[in-house]
Ligand binder design. Structure first.
Ligand SMILES: Cc1ncc(C[n+]2csc(CCOP(=O)(O)OP(=O)(O)O)c2C)c(N)n1
Length: 608
């Protein structure tokens, strides 16, 4: 770690740096992020693209009094370093270390816990209104990427912000990229703004403002004038935002520190909502990342793995079946790589809809596609589908449409932490009539479920984690509504395991009946009736929240028919899972062989 990183451990120290030192500091921060992330994994390209932005913001504003809200928050590593957390980067996204996202409980400089996209404008307006109502005095700055700007929440907030006239600053960090290339009409509109004529001269107000910066204003002004391309981007009025009541500044070169400092100084004094459109490069300063920002959006630490991914199974399936059936369409909300849709997109570009970071729209789009006679598959991470609950219920399920939800990253997710845990899908989807929910024990069974989906013309959800270790030796055929007995025993103990991780945890256990409860909804009620005998023990195991989960569905059903067996449920307790390690999460919840064995042992003791 460079000395300057150690020394600058607060925004106050940052403000003491000279103009030249600030430039050197940015270089060191960038280098430090690259080194740290190569070791620990994390969001690389976005973070190194926002170094000058973070430095300029902390140079001009006074945090924690002023509130900087980093949308999604994956780009805020420089912010974390400036605010005294460089020492913790050895344990970035690890237990005992720091989160990869802003987190209120981690630092007073993190004004909000972020993780899901497109929230920063709403939070910002909330802060601004609270400030004005309480007669307080601070600045609110929402930093939002062009990807996050495609999300419906951002549009809803803009609508409100423009009308509110509240004093707040929106920094639109436009690098033309979401995780992959950004999409949609808004993105095209921003591209036009990028190309639009930029100012080649400094406005007198700008000059005045720069010269007014204490200590090195005149140096800055000279630097501005000297910049390679001159200061092209200063202030340009823009119709769309302006007509919505939001003052537009831009486009501004977002790696030019002097430019950024100047513009932030300018807008600090504005009394109305302003939007500063800055242009940055994702992966800036690290050529491999800049040339392939999608690959370097998030990187995992090096290490041998023999895991296979469920998304690869999905990819193979969609590519093969897509050939045979032109009605098959796939939808992604800006996550085609992560969910395994890239190959399908390349093969059938007209049948892959990337809707931007717009899960709610994606669900209802799928409903419309199905109503119109197509066969839509929406692949989405469990935690992001939370956004689309009402759309699943109201649009897909009330209309009983043949939409298949492929719910990836279900269960504990590890390094992304609390905001991304996929623990709630079983609970919230189980509430919805007409919807069936499946969980494959391995890739082979996932493939069978996908084949089943081809002829199933009703709402269907299949949930699975990122990876699985191997395909099971048992390769029975998939039968809708029926569970699979993986191991029989004379004992009265039945382990009902949901999905790959639970099945893996249970598979080594002897003297118990091990069952893959692959159909979460509907339950295999016939089987449950058979095993609901006094003296029997039923243990449900799921990589999901206990509340409203599979285990509680089993309990509710048995209660309805008159419960005889003893039932124990294993899953996550009723608290947020603030854990960065999948193994540790599973261990703590008892979703392990020893966790199940201890339940069996306690039962044995209790009947002696
Ligand atoms: C609701 C939701 N859906 C999907 C994601 C996954 N995701 C994280 S970052 C990202 C792209 C963000 O792009 P942008 O806002 O432009 O920021 P950049 O990485 O380009 O700086 C996506 C899709 C998310 N965090 N939240």
């Amino acid at each position: 770690m460079d000395e300057i990183i150690k020394q600058v451990n607060s925004p106050e120290r940052l403000k003491e740096l000279s103009c030249k030192e600030l430039g050197a500091y940015c270089d060191s921060v960038r280098k430090f992020i690259v080194e740290s992330v190569r070791h620990s994994g994390g969001h690389l390209a976005s973070s190194i693209g926002a170094v000058e932005l973070a430095v300029a913001l902390h140079y001009v504003f006074d945090c924690p009094k002023d509130k900087i809200l980093w949308d999604v928050g994956h780009q805020a590593y420089a912010h974390k370093i400036i605010t005294g957390r460089a020492e913790n980067f050895g344990a970035l996204r690890a237990n005992g270390g720091i989160s990869g996202f802003p987190k209120m409980t981690e630092s007073e400089y993190d004004s909000f816990t972020m993780g899901h996209s497109s929230t920063s404008l709403s939070v910002g307006l909330g802060y601004a209104r609270a400030r004005d109502t309480l007669g307080e005095d601070y600045n609110v700055i929402s930093v939002i990427g062009d990807g996050a700007f495609t999300g419906g929440m951002a549009f809803e907030a803009l609508n409100d912000i423009g009308a509110s006239k509240a004093k707040m600053i929106i920094v639109l960090n436009d690098n033309k990229m979401s995780i992959s290339k950004n999409v949609g009409a808004m993105s095209e509109y921003l591209a036009k703004l990028r190309l639009s004529k930029r100012y080649n001269r400094l406005k007198s107000t700008v000059k005045k403002g720069v010269l007014g910066i204490p200590l090195f204003g005149s140096n800055l002004y000279k630097a501005l004038v000297r910049t390679k391309h001159g200061v092209k981007s200063v202030v340009q009025s823009n119709k769309m935002f302006e007509q919505m009541g939001i003052k537009y500044y831009g486009p501004i070169e977002g790696h030019n520190l002097a430019n950024l400092i100047e513009i932030f100084k300018q807008v600090k004094n504005e009394d109305e909502p302003v939007l500063i459109h800055i242009l940055t490069q994702k992966g800036k300063g690290y050529p491999v990342a800049a040339s392939d920002p999608t690959k370097f959006h998030g990187i995992v630490p090096q290490g041998a793995t023999n895991e296979k991914s469920f998304s690869q199974v999905l990819s193979d399936f969609l590519c093969t079946e897509g050939e045979k059936n032109s009605k098959i369409t796939a939808i992604t909300a800006a996550m085609s790589d992560g969910t395994g849709l890239t190959a399908f997109a390349e093969k059938f570009p007209d049948r892959l809809y990337d809707v931007g970071i717009a899960e709610q729209h994606a669900v209802t789009l799928a409903a419309g596609l199905a109503a119109g006679g197509l066969k839509p598959y929406f692949a989405v991470y469990s935690s992001f589908l939370q956004r689309g609950f009402d759309q699943v219920l109201h649009d897909v399920c009330i209309n009983n449409l043949g939409v298949t939800f492929l719910i990836d990253r279900a269960g504990a997710v590890g390094a992304d932490g609390v905001t991304h845990q996929g623990l709630y899908d079983i609970s919230y989807l189980s509430l919805i009539p007409n919807l069936s929910i499946l969980a494959p024990k391995d890739g082979c069974e996932f493939r069978q479920m996908l084949e089943f989906s081809l002829s199933y013309d009703k709402p269907l959800a299949i949930r699975y984690p990122k990876s699985y270790l191997c395909d099971s030796a048992e390769n029975g055929s998939f039968e809708y509504g029926k569970w699979e007995i993986l191991k029989r025993s004379q004992s009265g103990v039945y382990v009902l395991a949901v999905g790959n991780r639970a099945v893996c945890a249970a598979s080594g256990i002897e003297n118990a009946n091990i069952v893959s409860a692959r159909c979460i909804k509907p339950l295999d009620s016939e089987f449950l009736q058979q095993i609901n005998r006094k003296g029997n023990l039923i243990i449900t195991v799921e990589d999901g929240a206990k509340r409203g989960g599979f285990g509680q569905s089993v309990l509710a059903y048995l209660n309805e028919i008159g419960q005889n067996a003893k039932v124990e449920t294993i899953g996550y307790p009723d608290e947020f899972l603030d854990d960065f390690c999948i193994e540790h999460s599973l261990e703590a919840a008892g979703i392990t062989e020893s966790g199940i064995l201890s339940v069996i042992k306690n039962f044995g003791n209790s009947i002696q």
